[in-house]
Design a protein around this ligand. Structure first.
Ligand SMILES: [Zn+2]
Length: 340
């Protein structure tokens, strides 16, 4: 597959930890993506990815935003995550007469992607599918709906959009007025209970809600013809898991269901594209985190002791980050296991 790499100029600003799941700084991309002439010709670098699995291949480029054509008409845009966090990964699928965008992203990133799609395909964006309500996935909805698109999400996310989603958007209007100030919150209006299919004979995309994972309303986009899964934050590739809105026992169950799909490629919510091995890897983290913390609780250890002592070597091999650095995850799971 061809990978197009793009370096984005950016200015820094500090974000609210309350409105955003990741305790890190993010930057705002100012420079639009550049492509020459027709087609997906990278101005900077073109390279061939020999393995779809970043983990398996030991291949990561956290400092770059890249676009990969995973299959004809199916695009994956991996957002830069280091040294600063730009937003979520996105996808788009080119149908005969229209385009489906997977995850809106922040408004400024959404504007870049919308421009890029328009330039490349000339087709209208008819749908934008939000895998969940978090601002880095859904706050840019209005960029697409202003162009005539309809925003889609699972019905179980509706309440979250109306409450925490709207709340986070208003906070971002205060903290990031130059990006959010003049914009109106646009929540999804097309809602599906468990499954929705978009199929025009050329492309088929199944939007699936399995249950409470990263949030209560998580949904994924499954392309059965190509075996491609756009997983949102139900599956990430790297130390990106945020558990604050999750139910980790249910999350493991959702991943078990997702594993029944004949997956070839996973386009995760954050981090590099992966293969079918990424879903069990993600599941292993929550299974072992829960088991290890439960064992420590049974041994009479305090939360502070668990945070100091916990070991999960495979997690560092996978993400490059010591499991003890993910204190939010440890605290959340401890809370789940002690609040029964
Ligand atoms: Zn999220």
């Amino acid at each position: 597959m061809t990978l197009l790499k793009q370096t984005l100029n950016a200015t820094r600003f500090v974000m609210h930890s309350m409105t955003y799941p990741y305790n890190r700084e993010i930057i705002k991309a100012q420079q639009p993506m550049k492509y020459s002439r027709r087609g997906w010709i990278a101005l900077l670098t073109t390279l061939v990815v020999t393995s779809a699995g970043g983990y398996a291949a030991g291949w990561f480029s956290p400092n770059e935003t890249t676009i990969t054509e995973l299959a004809p008409g199916v695009f994956f845009r991996k957002s830069q995550t280091e040294p600063v966090f730009l937003g979520c990964n996105q996808g788009w699928v080119e149908f005969k007469d229209f385009v489906l965008v997977i995850d809106a992203n922040f408004p400024n990133q959404a504007a870049e992607v919308a421009k890029l799609i328009k330039k490349h395909t000339g087709k209208p964006i008819r749908y934008v599918f939000d895998t969940h309500y978090h601002g880095d996935h859904a706050d840019g909805n209005m960029i697409y709906t202003a162009q005539g698109a309809t925003a889609i999400a699972s019905e179980n996310s509706q309440l979250l959009f109306d409450t925490k989603g709207l709340d986070g958007f208003r906070k971002s209007q205060q903290s990031k007025p130059e990006e959010y100030g003049p914009l109106n919150y646009e929540k999804p209006t097309l809602l599906f209970p468990r499954k929705m299919v978009i199929d025009d004979g050329t492309q088929r995309v199944e939007l699936l809600h399995f249950g409470h994972a990263h949030t209560a309303g998580d949904a994924v986009a499954w392309l059965p013809k190509q075996g491609i899964l756009f997983s949102g934050d139900a599956v990430v590739n790297g130390a990106f898991n945020y558990t604050g809105d999750s139910n980790t026992a249910s999350w493991v169950g959702v991943l078990t269901e997702i594993q029944t799909l004949p997956i070839k490629t996973v386009a995760p919510g954050h981090g590099e594209v992966g293969d079918e091995k990424l879903v069990p890897l993600q599941k292993r983290y929550f299974v072992e985190l829960r088991e290890t913390i439960q064992q420590a609780i049974d041994d009479g250890k305090s939360l502070d002791e668990i945070k100091a002592d916990i070991e999960l070597p495979f997690y560092q091999e996978w993400t490059g980050v010591d499991v003890r650095e993910r204190t939010e995850n440890i605290e959340f799971v401890y809370g789940e296991l002690t609040s029964r």
